[in-house]
Design a protein around this ligand. Sequence first.
Ligand code: MG
Length: 254
Amino acid sequence: MKRFFLLAALAIGMSAAGFATDKAKVVAHRGHWKPAGSAQNSIRSLVKADSIGCWGSEFDVWRTADGKLVVNHDGVHDGVVIQTSNAKEVTALKLSNGEKLPLLKDYLNTFRKHPNLKVVCELKSHKDAEAERMAVHEILKMMKKKGLEKRVVYISFSLPAVKEFIKYAPKGTEVYYLNGELNPKELKAIGCAGPDYPLYILKGNPSWIKECHDLGMKVNIWTVDKKEDLQWCINNGADFITTNNPEELQQMLK
Ligand code: MG
């Protein structure tokens, strides 16, 4: 009996201190790209993320000059500036594993074949604000058409894009802000599901994770690769951890 009360007190103490009782969810940053044959933001990387049982696979979206959505991290690939080039030129470029730089449409078609994997979609900040706004609406439309609306989480460094997703995505869609300068109350006020902030921001604001949880938000932390940093995120109750080392994190969570 004594033991029961001790355990109960410990559990209450831990939740009061902001420790998550659920395990953190593993998000593969730009897919699971480290294995042979994979590459960042390749279709192979999302297949690999699913093959090891990640919760979600993250990728980055750009809009080309002729209004097509493509998946790549950098805005410039092999000297080609994506925002100011046409899709024909951009999708002829090769990734390091030999795949062609993918159209978002094809990327999402692969997600459809991997129904357990969450779609963690980052819209990059575009120079042309109107192009970025149109990208939000084109992405929303495409997710609906592909039947992925209930599986997608949106993230962006662009505050206008975050606000546009919040305003127009179906009710209940989670939208996270990446840039780090808004505090938990400010995030809540604009309707964010929570922060998706770099580790140093959350280490520098040690009360924020608990504040977010108290406000009913979730916390994602990027991009965490070192073992001691992954452990910090686990110990401090991160809901999601975005990492280039998903297999190591999964081992630690076991
Ligand atoms: Mg990204």
